[in-house]
Each structure stands twice: as structure tokens, then as C-alpha cells.
Design a protein around this ligand. Sequence first.
Ligand code: ADP
Ligand code: ASP
Ligand code: MG
Length: 413
Amino acid sequence: MALIVQKYGGTSVGSAERIQAVADRIIRWKEKGNDVVVVVSAMSGETNRLIDLIKAVNPRGSAREQDVILSTGEQVTIGLLAMALESKNCPAKSYTGSQVKVLTDNSFSKARIMDIEDSAMRQDLDDGKVIIVAGFQGADENGNITTLGRGGSDTTAVALAVALKADECQIYTDVDGVYTTDPRVVPNARHIPKLSLEEMLEMASQGSKVLQIRAVEFAHKYNMPIRVLSSFDEDEQCKSTLVTREEDIMEKVLVRGVAFNRDEAQLTVTGVPDEPGIAFKILGPISDANIEVDMIVQNMGSDNTTDFTFTVHRNEYEKAKEILCVFADEMGARTCGGDNKIAKVSIVGVGMRSHAGVARDMFEILANEGINIRMISTSEIKVSVVVDEKYLELAVRSLHEGFGLENEAKSVA
Ligand code: ADP
Ligand code: ASP
Ligand code: MG
């Protein structure tokens, strides 16, 4: 008998019919002799609806209250799914994050899971019940409800799989696996049957929203394989992607996929004193405000001054700009400003470790399309560039084609 954790995303539970279909699928897994723990998201569109409500009532409302509201979407789905299972004579019990309890830190809206209390769930599993847990939420040590960031139900699922020592963590979504890039942007993107956790980590951190980055971090840290599959595929032997350790993957491709992110914004301060500690002085207040910084570029100084550019999540653009420009004023900087119409495009592949020249090819492909690169950052297995948002789709398509991803990927010996 295996213990399986399954997660169903928003579109997979987007209507009463979809919830019934999910219940039928769970019963099929249970009838094969498995114990099943299910994590669900809010019904599709619901979290966005709640965000709009928050904005309409008090856009500057406290983070604690925002999480109280945002967590309700998932609570509806767990109840509905438990009732659908009950109606099909399958014993089931729903849990909110705080009922489990999924203990998190107190960073409202982007809380991190610290611990999961598994004894009650184990007892219910022993009693033959299907457990249904609300994704995307937990509670801090004072009992305040917290949420885990957009797409956070993936992280709940992987964390539960780790805590319960599950045999597999299955992420059911609206695509039948991970593709070389988002198939909505490049319709001839290629399906990837097996992918390393390292590559998925880079793809997710560079914007491939098919899995939330923290879910992949968790899986990587605790070596929990993830299987991505479609809840719309009726065939149990359907296509899927297994995301697992690099050693388990024989084929090392040069470029595995193209990821992109249009949620970023760029901030620039020019003419600041070129002296030790300047980066700390600029980024310290940003980090103190709990704003995550992604790419950072500091120019070579001249005339004892230098320029500094960095990117943040677009939602935090105004807040970051406010903080930065107060500082810039105090320092007598020449200018302070930014641009929130930028996007980041990245190529990812473990084969890059042993092969130089991939970045060069990337820049050539973009140059041939007349796309200007604003910032560049590289790691062992990825190259990212920031471009004007209006060129994003062109950049993704030309890189996908330029690296031959729609056909067989280039293998590296
Ligand atoms: P869910 O609601 O099930 O969590 P998401 O919308 O978060 O689903 O994630 C699935 C979506 O991820 C797909 O519909 C697809 O548009 C997008 N996506 C982005 N990059 C990729 C990729 N490389 N492979 C597959 N899907 C991707
Ligand atoms: N409902 C949340 C969101 O829309 C969490 C999730 O779906 O994973 O981001
Ligand atoms: Mg998701």
C-alpha cells in the first residue's frame, strides 16, 4: 500500500462538475489500495476575486487581515470536495491549514512552512479516510492565519508529502506535465517526460509557474520526487513529467527550456557615492521592508560616483521606489527612478555546466530579432536577460526556436 499526496489546482476544481471529477479520481486511487491525502487550491478565479475585494475595501489594509480573507478560497474547496466524496460513500475529512496544523513564520502573504503536525492526519488515514487539506495556508505560532504566496498550494502538497513520508507527490493541473516553455505562449513547446529538480528549480525561479518555486525547493531539499500531470486526462496511464534528482536523469541537455517572468520591475539610482558599503546602504532598507530583490547590477564608478540597478516583484515596485528615492535624496544621488514594463527571459539546462558559448548564442538570437538587453545574469545552469516587456513573447519564441527546443533537444556528451 502506498501513501500518495495529490494536489489539484484552481482549474482542476473550478466548478461543481470538476470537483465531482476530482472526487471520482481520488476514489479510483483509493480503490487501488492507496492511502490518499489531497491538497486543493481555491476554485479558479477565486483568489483574484478576493484580491479585488481587498483592493476595493482597503488596499493598504493590514497584511494579517488580507491573509484572513485570502485563505477563505481554499476553505470552500476542501468542504465541497469532502462532501462530494461523502456523497460517493468515500469517508473523507477536511482540514484548514491551521487545523492541521501547518506551522509557518509570520511573514503574511509569503509565509514559510516551519513544521507540520501529522498525528491527527495519520489517525484519520488509519481509519480509512481520505484527508483533504486546504493549500496555500498555515498559521503562525500565535495562531494567526498566514498564506504562502501565489501558487502556494504546490508547496503545501510537497511539504505534506515530506512530513508524511509519502511515496509520491502528484501535482494535478491543467497541463499534462512540464514543457520546454509555457505551451500557452509557444504552442509547439515540447513535453518533457523527466526533468531534474535542479532544472525545475531554475525554471520555477525564473517564472515557470507550473510549480511554485518554494515547492521545488522543498522537494529538492528533502529529495521528494514530484509528478506533474493533468486532471483533465481521463486515461490513468496519461502523459506526465517526473521531476527528480539529477543523478536519475541520463540525458543532460544543453538548454532544457525557456522560462519567463513578466512580474518584475526595475529600479535605478544614478550618481551615488562610489564608496564601500553603498550596496548595503541601498539594499538594506529594501530588504528591511521585506521586499525581495532579484537581479542586481552596479556600474563601474567614475568621478567617484556610481549607478545601481536592481529588480523587484512588480507588486512591490511603488513601495520599493518610495524607499529608494527617499534614500537617493539623502545621498544627493543624481536621479532615482524605474520602469515596471520590463520582463525577464531565461534559458535553463544542466548541460550548460560543461559547455561555454550558450550565452553567446542567446545574445546572437536576440540581436537578430533587434531585441535590446537591459540586464544580464548567469548561474551555472541558466542565463537570464531583462528586456522591454513588449519584446517578451518574441524573445521567448525566437529562443525556443533558436535552440531547437520544439524538435529533439540538443544532447551533450
Ligand atoms: P494550477 O492552478 O493547477 O496550480 P497554474 O496555472 O499555476 O495551475 O500552472 C499551470 C500553468 O503553468 C499552465 O497552464 C501553463 O500555462 C503554465 N506554464 C508555465 N510554464 C510552463 C511550462 N514550462 N510547462 C508547462 N506549463 C507551464
Ligand atoms: N489559490 C492560491 C493562488 O491562486 C494558491 C494556489 O492556487 O496555489 O495563488
Ligand atoms: Mg499553480
